[in-house]
Design a protein around this ligand. Structure first.
Ligand SMILES: O=C(O)C(=O)C[C@]1(C(=O)O)C=C[C@@H](O)C=C1
Length: 646
């Protein structure tokens, strides 16, 4: 074998080639802008998927002749085309709004340099080739105030994350602002463990992080019980805390890019539960913008429907009638008016178009309040794909038959609608949950004695509850007393549910009619396996920092073991700005109802009363299958149950 040339020489050649590649990519970008200029004149849509398909097909063919793998070529060009489309969009958007154009923008964002909001803002400004002047803020309110008062031109607000869902506090801020949404941008959120140079994971004892990254990295963090978690107001603050610490036993969760600004090293990466972890930010400004018709646009509305049943559905049917796709729906309570909700709706459509305007006019007639928050270019570029035939991949007939017969079924998640399209129902005595059935559960913690339990069971029955979830460990009161407690619940005509908070509690599951696995135990594989072997309905509570995927994966474990009587229970997730606040995750509810056939109930016992009750009503409108309330809020609970059963 010939001796290879020296490593340094080969590396120099690679460096020189990379340089040429970059020059070519930059030239391609310029040509893409030239295309945008002619599309502006001809008024043609930016996106031409037919052209993209032809281009990909040709490149796959040419790549193959040069020994390059088809999938590599496709993924490379999908990125190049995404960049090209977003650049063209940014260019045409600024051309259509010349009065908003400046060389330099003051941008308000959460935290300081290095926070994810800072990274999103810099990327947005870079694409528009404008200089960004930082205006770091302590809270979402401060961001909005900075723009409203004219201290900043733009504000960046994180609105949702692929792992942890919607950011409720931002929706609340939008309810009162006079600002308009003028743009959106999505960034990859690659969480790393950032520490001082030379530190290693084994030495780390304290981890500083914002509540969102903590929620998005819950799986990694659960493998490190030795970490003491300290909440911070932004990832930038977390990094600053590490720098300020006088020892090397501290780390922060943040991006490698942000960490580099603080001279911190990423000692571990890929911490997020999900491989694809992205955050979407909205951009707010004092003046609304117009979106040229060649660009895909999104229009965001907020509205309050009437109190009558089915009002939300009636409003959504207007969108359907105008063939408008609703890409997002959120609900938040209206401060000062308990029991009422404000709905946030993203529509794929341009406010300048007739169908959107007509739909808004019709909605005005059906709603008590409606406001357009903004119309802005949609920045998600769906990658163009090639078919098998276009990829020129010979189908392997033997493998294909196998896949289409048994394997696809085996691979389909058992909780998914692809596996079972109809809603599952769980029946236990007179309690029915799922499909069109709605169940009401009373959560009772550590009753003082049998008399107290008997009285509150009687009261719960009269109020309309069908079941009591008893949070009382046998370890403290003994098996026979616990047995007596369940008998009391049964005598009151209620279904009894044992709340499994400690592993030992499961040994008493035979005493109750149903079992509820606490969110704290949602990741406990042993317990999930045991529950999967029981012939009792199981309620799986979502951990406050668990992703939707983790929650469904716990349900999958129980279903796979054989137990098909599974109910999901959302007990809320940790709030973005206030880590102590737990809120129902309504966007997950919509997602679960769409993709999963299992019943889902909502537990609002952890929430502030007004907020919780208003969210419970929204959850019912979004087809949740039951509610968990906690004793002793009797008056408010009675009123809510009455409203929910209407
Ligand atoms: O050819 C065009 O029309 C372009 O806008 C260029 C380009 C590209 O970058 O190759 C970008 C977007 C279109 O969807 C198709 C192709």
């Amino acid at each position: 074998m010939n001796k290879p040339q020296g490593l340094n020489l080969t590396r120099e050649q690679i460096t020189s080639l990379d340089n040429e590649l970059l020059t070519l990519l930059s030239k391609r970008r310029e040509l893409s802008l030239e295309v945008a200029r002619s599309k502006e004149v001809d008024v043609r849509p930016i996106r031409d998927t037919q052209r993209e398909k032809e281009l990909l097909e040709r490149l796959v063919q040419q790549g193959r002749e040069k020994g390059l793998d088809a999938h590599f070529v496709i993924s490379l060009y999908q990125s190049i085309i995404e960049d090209s489309v977003l650049n063209q969009q940014a260019f045409l958007h600024s051309r259509a709004n010349p009065d908003t154009q400046k060389q330099q923008y003051t941008v308000a964002f959460l935290g300081a340099r290095g926070s994810y909001s800072y990274l999103a803002a810099t990327r947005y400004c870079d694409r528009r080739q404008v200089t960004m002047v930082d205006f770091g803020c302590q809270s979402f309110d401060d961001i909005v105030n900075a723009v409203e008062s004219g201290h900043a031109d733009y504000g960046f607000l994180p609105i949702e994350n692929t792992s942890s869902g919607s950011i409720n506090e931002v929706y609340d801020v939008l309810q009162h602002t006079s600002l308009s949404i003028v743009g959106e941008t999505t960034i990859e959120v690659g969480h790393c463990l950032l520490a001082k140079p030379g530190a290693n994971t084994a030495e780390i004892r304290t981890v500083y992080a914002h509540p969102q990254p903590i929620s998005q990295c819950s799986r990694y963090l659960s493998q490190h019980p030795e970490f003491k978690l300290e909440y911070c107001s932004s990832s930038a603050e977390a990094m600053a805390k590490v720098i300020e610490a006088d020892n090397a036993n501290v780390a922060a969760i943040g991006s490698a890019e942000g960490g580099a600004l603080y001279k911190l090293t990423a000692i571990e990466d890929g911490l997020a539960n999900q491989k694809i972890n992205q955050s979407r930010f909205i951009v707010v400004a004092r003046k609304a913008v117009g979106v040229p018709t060649q660009l895909p646009a999104k229009t965001t509305l907020i509205m309050a429907t009437g109190q009558k049943p089915g009002a939300l559905v009636e409003a959504l049917l207007v969108l359907k009638a105008h063939n408008l796709n609703m890409s997002k729906l959120e609900s938040r309570p209206i401060p000062g008016t308990p029991w009422e909700e404000m709905f946030y709706i993203d529509i794929d459509g341009n406010l300048a178009h007739q169908d959107v305007q007509q739909a808004i006019k019709e909605l005005e007639r059906l709603t008590r309040f409606i406001k357009v928050l903004g119309c802005y270019p949609c920045e998600s570029v769906k990658p163009t794909q090639l078919s098998q035939a276009q990829l020129l991949i010979e189908p392997d007939s033997s493998k294909k038959t196998e896949l289409t017969t048994t394997n696809t079924n085996m691979l389909e998640a058992k909780y998914s609608r692809k596996y079972k399209s109809q809603d599952s129902e769980v029946h236990c005595k007179h309690l029915q949950v799922g499909g069109t059935h709605f169940g009401a559960f009373q959560f009772v913690s550590n009753p003082q004695n049998e008399t107290e339990l008997a009285s509150l069971a009687k009261q719960s029955k009269e109020m309309g509850f069908q079941a009591i979830i008893l949070h009382q460990s046998s370890t403290f009161i003994g098996d026979s007393k616990l047995k007596k407690y369940f008998q009391i619940i049964e005598q009151a005509g209620l279904v009894s549910v044992i709340y499994v908070e400690h592993e030992a509690d499961i040994t008493c599951s035979h005493l109750a009619d149903m079992v509820m696995l606490s969110g704290q135990n949602m990741y406990n594989q042993d317990l999930l396996d045991q529950l999967g072997c029981l012939n009792l309905p199981i309620i799986i509570e979502r951990n406050h920092i668990a992703s939707l995927e983790d929650w469904l994966s716990s349900a999958q474990t129980v279903l796979t073991k054989g137990n098909q009587q599974v109910i999901l229970c959302d007990s809320g997730i940790r709030s973005f700005a206030k880590p102590d606040t737990i809120n129902l995750d309504l966007s997950s509810l919509v997602a679960v109802k769409q993709t999963c056939h299992l019943p889902i109930i909502c537990n609002i016992s952890n929430e502030d009363e007004t907020l919780g009750y208003s969210q419970a009503k929204a959850a019912k409108q979004l087809q949740s299958n039951g509610i968990v309330l906690s004793y002793p809020n009797t008056t408010a609970s009675s009123r809510l149950l009455h409203d929910l059963y209407q």
